[in-house]
Write a protein that binds this ligand. Structure first.
Ligand SMILES: [Zn+2]
Length: 269
């Protein structure tokens, strides 16, 4: 049977829900990623991660991948560079995700993992997931693909600190060099938007080595450091081998998390 939700028939979906199939919902965005990466960068990362995770785990548990949610909310600063397709209001995105999750749950699915690759999404997705939990007593997991690479990123990165700023920097560029090399234009990549603002409250790099870092603070990168090219980081340091190592680690961490999430049965209700 296909791992793709939309390739199944309605009776097959009914069976999949009865078998307690895990659903993966990839979420990306269409927005500028500097002069060297395609607009669909986040969609590629979310989609390919979901596919690889599903292929990796399907022999152990029933799993289905949804089509990628390709548009999302982005702050207006991103619109300085053409290509952005954004909801004007984050509430629209919250409602859309809520409705997708509610539809799945009303068909009987209980284990849903959102595989997000867009930096503006976490708070929105968490809110949708919290509302779903509150209304249905089903608790979708919200995950961030780049977060799953943090256990190996510091080891395999090539750029100086500030080179992995989380948006079109070394990390995303390396991932795309591994996943879709034909869509990467390395000759157009520059290091002029390496993130120079780095403190223990705003590390300025997703693999920061600043000691005594404090977590839980949100301060938008777009309001902390200016970007000349729409990039945060140093894409010139990216190579496919780094992307391969990051991707392998991402899949390994997802696999372990999904086992934990899927097997967990305790609930407050
Ligand atoms: Zn991105």
């Amino acid at each position: 049977m296909s791992i793709y939700y939309y390739q199944l028939t309605s009776p097959e979906i009914k069976k999949a829900a009865e078998k307690n199939s895990l659903i993966l919902l990839p979420v990306g965005q269409v927005e500028e990623h500097g002069p060297h990466l395609p607009l669909e960068c986040d969609c590629i990362i979310a989609r390919e991660t979901s596919r690889a995770v599903a292929e990796n785990i399907v022999s152990e548990l029933p799993v289905l991948v949804l089509p990628t949610v390709w548009t999302a909310y982005s702050v207006r600063q991103v619109a300085r560079w053409p290509g952005l397709i954004s909801f004007k209001e984050p509430e629209t995105m919250i409602q859309m995700i809520y409705d997708i999750l509610a539809s799945l749950i009303e068909d009987g699915f209980k284990k849903i993992v959102i595989v997000n690759a867009h930096g503006n999404n976490p708070a929105i997705l968490e809110l949708a997931s919290r509302r779903i939990g509150s209304d249905y007593n089903v608790f979708p997991a919200v995950t961030y693909v780049l977060g799953m690479s943090k256990t190996i990123g510091p080891e395999v990165r090539k750029s100086d600190m500030g080179g992995c700023g989380g948006h079109a920097g070394e990390e995303e560029t390396a991932l795309l060099l591994h996943l879709t090399p034909d869509l990467v234009h390395m000759e157009r990549a520059t290091n002029e938007d390496i993130v120079r603002y780095q403190t223990r409250f705003f590390p300025g790099d997703i693999y920061s080595d600043i000691p005594d870092r404090v977590s839980g603070i949100f301060w938008s990168t777009w309001g902390v450091a200016a970007s000349k090219t729409g990039v945060y980081g140093d894409p010139t340091a990216a190579i496919a081998e780094t992307g391969n190592a990051l991707f392998k680690e991402i899949i390994k961490n997802y696999r372990e998390f999904i086992r934990e999430y899927y097997d967990h049965t305790e609930s407050s209700a």
